[in-house]
Design a binder for this molecule. Structure first.
Ligand code: PLP
Ligand code: COI
Length: 379
């Protein structure tokens, strides 16, 4: 962030009423460096040239919104987020379209969830139009960072943190809203190979009345030890159970889960219902819509681990997959639990898993009609 307005314009879209979105002249990194990073971006390793930063102060509201050079932040060592984790984030993607334009997927849904996360953490919600203006300004400025390789995207990370220098425990009076972006290839290095999962029986992700249904940084910090435990057990990912009975399947790492009962056109999809301890995934909701349109019954209800195990054993549960923005759809193969391991299907990606995956990716990449108006053209 700089305070110079010398080389800047303002976006035709304001950040908020009376708050312009200043567009600084951001220096571009060399094209060769960008090309090298775009050739094999991985996930979350490289960042684009720019970022958007806006400030909030109680009594003043949102102000000083600017597109500026991607650079380290200066924070007071007593900034509240560093101590009490008043910190939330979102994740969405921009997709290069066949006609050369760039579109984001359902950004309004991310804006709405971001506002809910803010409210839960006693933070000032960023108005949806400000969130959308900031995301668009960043993608527009850095559109040469949107990769065009198969299934490559630009992952966008809006976030907000409390920056007031104060150690008392209460909602901070000062915040930063920031949007950064990172070119992305496959989230899981092995691509669409089924992941093995470890049922977490020692740790929980979320409890009733907690923060499981919002995207706050602390949820992820609290998940890391269980994920380490999963890795130590030879598994790729942790699967979370409900906190009360440790009986119902909730989520896999940072993704929602679906179970397929039966096969073919009559296959039913079951996904854990949103009890307040699960994150309401935008991919989850999109897949529920698409699967119903394809004629499948989709049931949102609690799903017992024993139903999963016995269904796999008697062949009625034929597929399991996880879904989220970062990895889209990932099949689940082996399940490891203290009460005994089991393998879903033959351990290879199931047909409905792969069909839904292609259908959603085709919409996102503009290869098929976007009947729901889910794509938002960045201008
Ligand atoms: N569950 C958790 C805990 C997540 O972090 C995410 C990722 O955002 C999801 C589910 C999937 O949500 P979405 O599909 O909106 O990316
Ligand atoms: C997801 O998009 O599914 C995620 O959970 C993102 C992750 C990098 C936090």
């Amino acid at each position: 962030m700089t305070d110079t307005l010398a080389d800047s314009r303002t976006s035709p879209r304001a950040f908020a009423a009376g708050v312009p979105l200043v567009l600084e002249d951001v220096p571009r990194r060399p094209a060769a460096e960008r090309a090298e990073q775009l050739a094999d971006p991985g996930f979350g390793r490289y960042f684009t040239d720019s970022m958007v930063v806006a400030r909030y102060r109680a009594g003043e509201g949102w102000h000083d919104a600017r597109l500026t050079r991607y650079a380290p932040l200066q924070l007071d060592p007593s900034a509240a987020a560093l101590h009490y984790a008043q910190s939330i984030f979102e994740g969405l993607k921009a997709y290069a379209q066949p006609d050369g334009t760039v579109a984001t997927f359902r950004p309004e849904a991310n804006a709405a969830r971001f506002a809910r996360s803010a409210t839960r953490l006693a933070m000032p919600p960023v108005p949806a139009e400000s969130f959308l203006a900031a995301v668009d300004a960043l993608v527009d400025a850095d559109r040469d960072w949107v990769p065009t390789g198969p299934d490559q995207t630009l992952y966008i990370r809006p976030y907000m943190l409390a920056v007031e220098p104060f150690l008392g425990v209460r909602p901070a009076h000062e915040y930063l809203f920031i949007v950064i972006a990172s070119p992305a290839g496959a989230y899981f290095p092995r691509g669409v190979q089924p992941v093995s999962v470890y049922l977490s029986e020692d740790y929980i992700r979320a409890a009733p009345g907690g923060t499981g249904d919002v995207k706050c940084a602390g949820n992820y910090a609290a998940s890391l030890l269980a994920q380490e435990q999963a890795l130590a057990a030879g598994c790729d990912q942790v699967v979370w159970l409900d906190a009360t009975e440790k009986r119902y399947v909730e989520e896999m790492g940072g993704m929602n889960l679906f179970f397929v009962r039966g096969s073919g056109a009559d296959a039913e999809l079951i996904t854990p219902e949103l009890t307040g301890t699960l994150l309401p995934g935008i991919t989850r909701e999109s897949l529920i819509t698409l699967a119903r349109e394809l004629g499948h019954t989709v049931t949102e209800r609690r799903f017992d681990v024993e139903e999963w195990r016995s269904g796999v054993e008697d062949g009625s549960i034929t597929e399991t997959f996880a879904c989220g923005t970062a990895a889209v759809i990932t099949p689940v193969g082996q399940v490891r639990a203290r009460t005994g391991d089991f393998t879903v299907g033959d351990g290879t990606p199931g047909p409905l898993t792969m069909a839904l995956r292609s259908h959603l990716l085709d919409i996102q990449h503009g290869r098929t009609a976007d009947a729901h108006g889910w794509l938002h053209q960045v201008r």
